[in-house]
Design a protein around this ligand. Structure first.
Ligand SMILES: [Cu+2]
Length: 175
C-alpha cells in the first residue's frame, strides 16, 4: 500500500474543488490524464499477491479506486483553451459554435480575427439578444484575444455595424 501511494503521489497534486463539485466535469474530452485505472489495478494486484488475504486485496482495490476517482475528478490546474469558431476563427455565423460543447469557469476562449474589420465586446444577455453594446462594455480589438470564462453565462458580440446581426455573437455557459 505504501508503494501505491509512492507511485501516485508525484503524478498530480490534488488541487482544485473537492470531488463532489468536480463530478459534473466528467465527460469533458479536453481534460485527460496520463494513466488508466485498469493499469493501476493490475499493478496493485501484483503488489498485493505477496501473501495477502483476499480481504486485504479487496481493501487495496477499493483504496486504489478511491484514489483514482479523486485524481480523475479533481479539476485540472489549468483550464482548457477553445478557439472560437474553430479554424475559421471569430467571424460571421459563430452563434452556433458553442453548441454541444461544455465549458467551465476558468476555461479560455481564444478569439482570432482581423482587427481591421472585427472586434470582441463582452456584453450582457440584453446586448447579446438585441445586438447592442451596453454602456461601459469591455471592447477588445487586438485581433488575438484570450478571454477567461467566468462561471455562468458569458456573452460576446462583434459590434461592427451588422456583424452581430449576421451571427457574430456567442453565448457560452460555463459551469
Ligand atoms: Cu465583426
Amino acid at each position: 500500500m505504501g508503494a501505491t501511494f509512492l507511485l501516485l503521489a508525484p503524478i498530480q497534486p490534488l488541487k482544485g474543488p473537492p470531488p463532489s463539485s468536480a463530478l459534473k466535469y466528467q465527460g469533458i474530452a479536453s481534460h485527460s490524464h496520463n494513466f488508466s485505472f485498469p493499469l493501476l489495478a493490475i499493478s496493485t494486484l501484483e503488489m498485493s499477491s505477496e501473501g495477502r488475504g483476499s480481504a486485504g486485496r479487496a481493501m487495496l482495490l477499493i483504496m486504489v479506486a478511491v484514489i483514482y476517482l479523486l485524481i480523475q475528478y479533481s479539476a485540472p490546474v489549468h483550464g482548457a483553451t477553445y478557439t472560437v469558431g474553430g479554424s475559421a476563427g471569430w467571424t460571421f455565423n459563430s452563434a452556433n459554435w458553442p453548441k454541444g460543447k461544455r465549458f467551465r469557469a476558468g476555461d479560455v476562449l481564444a478569439f482570432n480575427y482581423d482587427s481591421k474589420v472585427h472586434n470582441v465586446v463582452a456584453v450582457n444577455e440584453g446586448g447579446y439578444s438585441s445586438c447592442t453594446t451596453p454602456a461601459g462594455a469591455k471592447v477588445y480589438q487586438s485581433g488575438k484575444e484570450q478571454i477567461k470564462l467566468v462561471k455562468g453565462q458569458n456573452f460576446f458580440i462583434c459590434n461592427y455595424a451588422g456583424h452581430c446581426e449576421s451571427g457574430m455573437k456567442i453565448a457560452v455557459n460555463a459551469v
